[in-house]
Design a protein around this ligand. Structure first.
Ligand code: NDP
Length: 243
């Protein structure tokens, strides 16, 4: 897939899945902005990647930060062709033990944060009559999972947002899709207790966790010209976990 001079913004590209997505787009010729809550970390992580990659500060829980980030990112890129709403967190507990702040932080980052970013991206895309938005949800948003009620709600909500926005902007040549990874080897999944991880892995038909690069390939496909008639879709990247 070629993305020569395509302008791509990825929220949370400092590590894990977002970093692999940034590496994939940059190596395919795109100009890429990644974000980190710490500006210096974002800049350093961008510098580590081959290609035209810039790192900027962003906290998706803050509307002000989102506005400043998009202004700076679109200024540097000269516009926006692709948004990958990837930033996400977990605060896992059984529902009866969840504190209000566990709920608010996870919903505020994974769902409200993605909404704020999509709203910023959609305006210039409508003006251009062209664009691609890909949200990184999770199979947990499709299936639920004990100990992840807040996370599952945020990722299920994200799917509702994607399907609604897809219908709102389809006539403007903009597609809006989600990828739903299963168990992927990153810092986030490394936080899982070994027993919980083994229990999930034993249920993966492919018999292994996925890689961040495998998620990046799916995101790049949905951003490509080849996927021009796919919108409102949720593409699982899970080795069959949520079949
Ligand atoms: P990591 O924990 O490795 O990375 C998370 C990224 O999100 C970091 O770059 C981090 O940036 C960014 N981030 C976190 N909070 C904020 C915030 N408030 N504002 C802006 N950026 C933020 O996670 P993964 O790479 O594993 O996860 C990426 C996405 O994939 C998430 O949405 C996750 O829910 C989803 N996913 C992951 C799965 C897995 O098994 N790993 C499975 C299914 C879905 P920084 O800390 O530098 O600010």
């Amino acid at each position: 897939m070629k993305f020569n001079d395509r302008r791509v913004i990825i929220t949370g590209g400092t590590r894990g899945i977002g970093n692999a997505i940034a590496a994939g787009f940059a190596s395919a010729g795109a100009r890429v902005v990644i974000s980190g809550r710490d500006a210096e970390v974002a800049a350093a992580k961008a510098a580590e990647l081959d290609g035209d990659v810039h790192g900027l500060a962003l906290d998706v829980t803050s509307g002000e930060s989102v506005q400043q980030f998009f202004a700076a990112a679109t200024d540097w890129l000269g516009g926006i062709d692709v948004l990958v709403a990837n930033a996400g967190i977990t605060r896992d507990k059984l529902v009866m033990a969840l504190k209000d702040e566990d709920w608010d932080e996870v919903l505020g980052t994974n769902l409200r944060g993605a909404f704020l970013c999509a709203r910023e991206a959609i305006r210039p895309m409508i003006r251009n009559r062209s664009g691609r938005i890909i949200a990184v949800t999770s199979v947990i948003g499709l299936t639920g999972n004990p100990g992840q009620g807040n996370y599952a709600a945020s990722k299920a909500g994200l799917i509702g947002l994607v399907k609604s926005l897809a219908q709102e902007v389809a006539s403007r040549n903009i597609t809006v899709n989600a990828v739903a990874p299963g168990m992927i080897d990153t810092d986030m999944s490394a936080d899982l207790p070994p027993k919980a991880r083994e229990a999930i892995e034993s249920r993966i038909p492919a018999g292994r966790a996925g890689t961040a690069q495998e998620v990046a390939s799916a995101v790049m496909f949905l951003a490509s010209d080849e996927a021009s008639y796919i919108t409102g879709e949720v593409l699982r990247v899970d080795g069959g976990l949520a079949c």
